[in-house]
Design a protein around this ligand. Sequence first.
Ligand SMILES: NC(=O)c1ccc[n+]([C@@H]2O[C@H](COP(=O)([O-])OP(=O)(O)OC[C@H]3O[C@@H](n4cnc5c(N)ncnc54)[C@H](OP(=O)(O)O)[C@@H]3O)[C@@H](O)[C@H]2O)c1
Ligand SMILES: [Zn+2]
Ligand SMILES: [Zn+2]
Length: 335
Amino acid sequence: MSKIHGWVATAADQPLTLTTIDAGELGDEEVEVTVENCGICHSDLSMIRNEWRNASYPFIPGHEVIGTVSALGAHAKGLHLGQHVGVGWTAESCMHCQACLSGNQNLCAAAVPTILQHNGGFADKMRAHWAWTIPLPEGIDRASAGPLLCAGMTVFKPFLAYHILPTARVGVVGIGGLGHLALKFAAAWGCEVTAFTSNPAKADEARGFGAHHVVASRDAGALQAIAGSLDLLLVTVNATMNWNALLGTLAKQGRMHVVGVVPEPIPVPAITLISGQREVSGSPTGSPVDIARMLAFAARHDIRPQVEMFPMAKVNEALQHLAAGKARYRIVLEA
Ligand SMILES: NC(=O)c1ccc[n+]([C@@H]2O[C@H](COP(=O)([O-])OP(=O)(O)OC[C@H]3O[C@@H](n4cnc5c(N)ncnc54)[C@H](OP(=O)(O)O)[C@@H]3O)[C@@H](O)[C@H]2O)c1
Ligand SMILES: [Zn+2]
Ligand SMILES: [Zn+2]
């Protein structure tokens, strides 16, 4: 039996409340992580507000966890007490389905998201399956690394999945938590990088993150001016956009890859796909091996999220700061 002190979401749009919960016995394959800090992803906000209609209250949000291993289940493998680890969007997967056995554990139909019928990292401790408790490589800055676990993994995945070449021209739509990391990863990958933002005040910082060009994401004329130029357009916004104009920026054989949870269906004209053999795709985070590769790449290239630190006791203010679009560029809560 183990007590967890965490910030609990009890109903949509209620402030989180500090509560002590009884987490029960640690499962044989589970790991207990003592939380050092935890990033706030927009998905936490969407789940707290039940925007996706699948939230299961009460739950503790937080799925960009940095911490140390403080207890190991009897069959937990590959980790030791005191080890520095991270946990992202997924806390468990079944480990025996075709997705899991083929290395696509993030696609497991039985996967348990860290904040869905499971408690996350806005707490002193949290738990995850050993395979989803990812050792941090040497050289990672633990104070700022949390956002790599969800935001970083999510935007890094298409570079792995689609074998993006360093000669590619890559656009990133929305320069928030995910988007600013996408700029950094794309630049370190060697690509020519274009940032698309609705906020002109972000232009200089976007260049600092590695963008070679900055384009107004809601300006049809500006999008038209770069029509037919991009090999990969990574969409990280959670808003309805001028999809026709954005699709128009794709080069022949270009791909629009959507990771932002856009609220309405995206209209895709068949002729746009057919005429240039273009593709539209999406993906959820990454597998444990993807996360380890992403962390190693981030450590090698010194890719650090740009974070604003809040004490965990100010989690409700931090959530309001994110909701107001003021986070620059990711909030991290210190336990
Ligand atoms: N696929 C996955 O596995 C996965 C993983 C994590 C998160 N997500 C989702 O990805 C999305 C982004 O998450 P995040 O944490 O990066 O959020 P965020 O920090 O709030 O950033 C979102 C960005 O989208 C842009 N944006 C927001 N509203 C807009 C509007 N009305 N018009 C134009 N641009 C707008 C803004 O960028 P500018 O100011 O530059 O315009 C904003 O900074 C969320 O839907 C989240 O749930 C998906
Ligand atoms: Zn997330
Ligand atoms: Zn599975």
